[in-house]
Design a protein around this ligand. Structure first.
Ligand code: 4NP
Length: 155
């Protein structure tokens, strides 16, 4: 499976989602390709936010070598599944991909955990440390759900 995690900045939420799902997939010896990107281009080339790095590290996950990149139209062809953190990300992906848009490939991350509820991973960018812990927890549970749903599909 090729999975892309998408948020606005690719600096707070999607780098965590990439790091967490990679860690879980590796532990299950799944040969998945997991990447992340942002619909905005404000932080291209930068590492993840220090608070995202901190909560990841406390959970044994090193995301310090990730580099921010912007979501491009062709990503929708390259990946099997694209997870948006919130509705704005979802609509931005739709706008960027134009005629390549494929609604079967794009889903809100939390719909894996709470099907059809369209819940969002809140943006911690203007928040403080506790918001990063909250976001970590949500993404961690959603990534468990991705793997559980995948196992159900293949059995
Ligand atoms: P993210 O958070 O989408 O979770 O990476 C943000 C990071 C930066 C900005 C907005 C959201 N920004 O406006 O620079």
């Amino acid at each position: 499976m090729k999975i892309l995690m998408v948020c606005l900045g690719n600096i707070c939420r999607s780098p965590l989602a990439e790091g967490i799902l990679k860690d879980k997939a590796n532990k299950l010896q799944l040969n998945w390709q997991i990447d992340s990107a942002g619909t905005g281009g404000y932080h291209i080339g930068e590492p993840p936010h220090y608070l995202s790095q901190k909560v990841a590290k406390e959970n044994g996950i090193d995301i310090s070598s990730q580099q921010c990149r912007q979501f491009i139209k062709e990503d929708i062809l390259l990946f099997d599944k694209i997870y948006a953190m919130d509705m704005n990300n979802y609509y931005n992906i739709k706008q960027i991909t134009k005629e390549l848009w494929n609604e079967n490939k794009v889903e809100l991350l939390l719909n894996e955990l709470y099907p059809n509820q369209n819940k969002e991973v809140p943006d911690p960018w203007y928040g403080d440390e506790k918001d990063y812990y909250f976001v970590y927890d949500l993404i961690d549970k959603a990534c468990d759900a991705i793997l559980n749903n995948f196992k159900k599909e293949i059995t």
